[in-house]
Design a binder for this molecule. Structure first.
Ligand code: FE2
Length: 197
């Protein structure tokens, strides 16, 4: 009788940052600092390229790195013009619906364009485009899981109570509905072990 060893799990790994190639690094840096609250942790020149490292987490030297060299005429996404041609979205987690409303005002004041908002059942999302048209998302987790994709327009002028109740009802009507704690426990069994320092 032969026994097969369990497959070795993937090594310890955590997604940590993204790099964006930009045209106007000063404009983009100011937007991420002034509107989103990032800190410039380092910046400089590397050969022909300017570089800016941005973070909002002292555990991470950079969460976003901006480098110059973006081609002038990038093609558009062929299906959804809101999305980038390669990077579909860059997403930031927030703590409350009040934070989402605060960010909406900051984005409007700070030069972001084409703002929209949506409920995904498991999250409430605010979308916009940064000064170089990258699609950025700000979201708040809900307490429920609903099968994805799930997209219902969201009116952030409504009260928290109204939004919560409507989303809860929509989730409960979803075929995949689960409390989010249950979903997390279930999906954890399918994943490699979480990152350990
Ligand atoms: Fe998203």
């Amino acid at each position: 009788m032969t026994s097969r060893a369990a497959p070795k799990p993937a090594p310890n790994l955590k997604f940590a940052h993204i790099g964006l190639v930009v045209s106007e690094i000063d404009v983009m840096t100011r937007f991420y600092v002034d509107v989103l609250g990032f800190t410039i942790t380092d910046s400089g020149v590397f050969g022909e390229m300017r570089v800016a490292f941005l973070s909002r987490d002292p555990e991470e030297h950079h969460q976003i790195v901006l480098t110059t060299g973006r081609p002038a005429d990038l093609p558009a996404n062929t299906i959804n013009p809101d999305f980038g041609p390669v990077i579909q979205q860059i997403s930031f987690k927030m703590g409350s619906l009040a934070d989402l409303r605060d960010m909406k005002g900051r984005l409007e004041q700070g030069g972001a364009t084409r703002l929209t908002s949506a409920s995904h059942g498991n999250a409430w999302s605010l979308y916009a485009h940064d000064p170089e048209d990258n699609y950025i998302e700000f979201y708040v987790d809900t307490d429920w899981y609903a099968s994805q994709p799930f997209y219902v327009p969201l009116d952030l002028t409504r009260s928290d109570e109204d939004i919560v109740e409507e989303t809860r009802a929509l989730c409960e009507a979803s075929p995949g509905f689960k409390p989010i704690g249950r979903w997390r426990a279930d999906i954890a069994r399918a994943m490699a072990p979480p990152f350990q320092k």
